[in-house]
Unconditional design. Structure first.
Length: 278
């Protein structure tokens, strides 16, 4: 498969979906609750259906792992050599539901466990981040690079909270407190895909979060890495797309960021099971 074909396909998806998202975000929403604070809108479902159909038409042999179709299911990584798409049709649904302008489309292609291509489209800013394995990362066609910040105390970080945050609030806030005291500042944007892209283009210096899913992180992590950054789990081990922990940074503050996370992880027992489906 030629990656140029994939890029062209993804550009078509963005051109089709972007205007729909821009039109819908200020309008009244039809909202369903999947949990106490976990919601889905008709726009999530509409976009997922559209993109799923386009992928099935263009790449009928590829596997598709999409948020609404895959939520609540145990996910297995793609087999060696198998192509798989990871789709979050609307990353930042709570923001979107409140007409808060931080949400995105995230789409990535992997072959086996190796990410090959990723695109994140931010419709309210009309910004499209793209990366191909070994080919660098761009924002609206121009190359991007991570920041030059070298000290954690000068770093601007971002994070998010899982949908079980009411159950384990004190645990998650422990990490937040530690990094609030270690970094220059911490933000909470509400779209992990955008947070990762903002690390990639230097607006943020680092990001961490518990319990993200593959469709949240696949495109953004590749964009960070191709922009010169690093990704890992909270101990500094290799990032696992199907794991519970996500850390991404400009690389320069990565070890210091991980050290804070690892100390908290070692000091406080994890209060939930080691899978997303617990």
């Amino acid at each position: 498969m030629r990656i140029g074909e994939v890029e062209q396909f993804a550009a078509g998806i963005v051109a089709e979906v972007g205007p729909r998202m821009r039109h819908a975000w200020r309008e009244a929403k039809k909202i369903e609750h999947k949990g106490v604070i976990d919601i889905v809108t008709e726009t999530d479902r509409e976009i997922e259906t559209l993109v799923t159909r386009r992928i099935a038409e263009a790449f009928p042999d590829h596997r598709l792992i999409a948020e609404e179709a895959s939520s609540g299911r145990t996910l297995s990584p793609p087999r060696e050599g198998e192509y798989a798409w990871y789709l979050d049709p609307l990353d930042g649904t709570v923001n979107f539901a409140h007409s808060y302008p931080v949400f995105s489309l995230s789409l990535a292609l992997a072959r086996g466990r190796e990410l090959q291509f990723g695109v994140v489209h931010d419709p309210t800013r009309e910004e499209t981040f793209v990366a191909r394995r070994g080919g660098g990362a761009t924002l609206n066609g121009r190359p991007i690079h991570v920041s030059q910040v070298t000290e954690l105390e000068q770093a601007l970080l971002s994070t998010g909270f899982p949908y079980d945050s009411r159950t384990h609030a004190d645990y998650y806030l422990g990490y937040f407190r530690d990094l609030l005291l270690s970094a220059q500042a911490v933000r909470r944007g509400g779209s992990a895909a955008i947070d990762l892209c903002w690390v990639a283009c230097g607006r943020l210096d680092g990001f961490w979060e518990w319990k993200l899913r593959p469709w949240d992180t696949a495109a953004g992590v590749l964009i960070v890495e191709e922009a010169g950054g690093r990704s890992s789990d909270f101990t500094g081990a290799a990032f696992d797309l199907h794991g519970l922990q996500t850390v991404a940074s400009n690389g320069r503050v990565h070890d210091a960021l991980v050290a804070v996370l690892a100390r908290r992880l070692a000091a406080a027992p994890v209060p939930f099971a080691s899978s997303h489906e617990s």
